[in-house]
Design a protein around this ligand. Sequence first.
Ligand code: SAM
Ligand code: SF4
Ligand code: F3S
Length: 523
Amino acid sequence: MRELPVLDVTAPSPSRGRAAPAAGSRVAEFVTDDVVMPRFHVWTLGCQMNHSDSEEMAGSLLAAGCSEAPDLATADLVVINSCAIREAAEQKVIGRMGVLQRLKDGNPRMRVVLTGCSVRADNGPELHRRYPAIDLFLRPDEEPELTARLGLAGATSPGALAAKGMGLLPMSRAAAVAHGSVARGSAVSAWLPVIYGCDKTCTYCIVPFSRGPERSRPFDDVLAEARALADSGVREVTLLGQNVNSYGHDLPVEPRFAGVDGTRTLGRALDLVGRPDFAALLRAIDGIRTSDGVPRIPRLRFVTSHPWDLTDRLIGAMAECPSVCEHLHLPVQSGDDGVLRRMGRQYTIDAYLRLVERLRAAIPGIALTTDVICGFSGEGDAAFEATLELLRQVRFDQVFAAAFSVRPGTPAARLPDDVLPAEKRGRLNALLELQEGIGLERNEAWVGRTTQVLVEVVREPRSHAHEPTEGEAVADATGTRVAGRNRQHKLVHLDGSADDVGRLVSVMIERAGPYALSGRRLD
Ligand code: SAM
Ligand code: SF4
Ligand code: F3S
């Protein structure tokens, strides 16, 4: 096992006056009663995967005896879970280095850890220059080492995991779930990672470099976590992976998966027969039922699906499993085949449109959302117009768009970044304006319909009347507003109270905006 340098964040207890363990000593032997444990704050940027990882890191720190601080300024230990998808995401953290250094000058005990996608195997020296206030850098696959590397006892110490002969990430997750130490942000809606890393080669994307190759969690580990979530009363589970459709290709062949055929291509020659796939996983989680045969997790979602290997087996499972919600996030990135080719996306617009057709035929009323990159290398006016045309044709429910940001080290960094920044911004604005109109029309089609909303949050009552935006209706002077989502992932505002959080409520939709709906509850 490799030796881990340990950053000591514990301090001698003022009441007991006993010395903290020396820096560099092994952690598991620490008696945490004897030292003052740091108050920590986790600052999470980026996607759902990062938020899920942060729940695990926060849980491991709590399990080690630390307490949580509400903000950076009151923490002795700051863990920044970074995102590197675009330069702007990295700048958010780089821009805080001065503040963090001043906080450290005022609190000599304070330590700052940078984790997440900005930390890669290949950018070590550059990290110290870009992030001077950081004491410890951990790559995403090293995050389970957090408590150990801080000199804190923890359930997920690398030694314990290595002894079990399993990869750190999948194994640590199972251990954290078994110990009940995942600090979930919501009791209603839960993240459930099923596959780590990404084997795709989208030329613009840093994720495969940050998160490494694909590693599926064992089928039964995922099922056990889903069962535990059902037992704890969670109403909605979102399965996570950069490309969930790849799930299982790296797991062993087992007789119980003999029915899984090899129709997935995953873009390369893989022996997939008899290994679990994502369709089998969806069916198994949907199969966690009450004695009356009702899914114990009423809502099952997943992100993200790469269009390349979204199989008919998966579409069939989505259509047939009552818990799987009628929503799919299917990133298209561009409406132009030439751009898609340079992006390495491995599908054509024609293939994408046929997929949309199959999905809409199999799952009536399915909501589709997507991601688009504006101003990729070589994207001319005609290519951008093709993307607008695609949006008009598909009529997505929502589009997440961003200007292309060159990521050093990715294949696209060797292509000319030849769309001027002003042009990228102009295209982005034009695209968002078009989509706002489409989103509004699609949402207006909900007015007058009844829909089932899972209430997730209480909205603060407004003290004065305001012009409603985004489909939000004005609450009366005393009424509380709550918000949640329907199965199609539409955000819905309604009257309600904190007691409603976690409930499935029938709502008659009365107003619509481009990004949200509002309505009146019927029960
Ligand atoms: N795995 C997913 C997929 O297949 O699309 C999502 C990956 S990424 C976390 C989320 C989105 O960020 C991508 O869909 C893409 O639109 C955007 N993105 C990735 N790299 C980018 C870059 N260099 N510049 C701008 N946007 C980028
Ligand atoms: Fe990035 Fe492509 Fe992997 Fe998504 S599928 S994470 S866009 S490389
Ligand atoms: Fe960002 Fe990493 Fe997610 S780059 S979007 S946090 S996978």
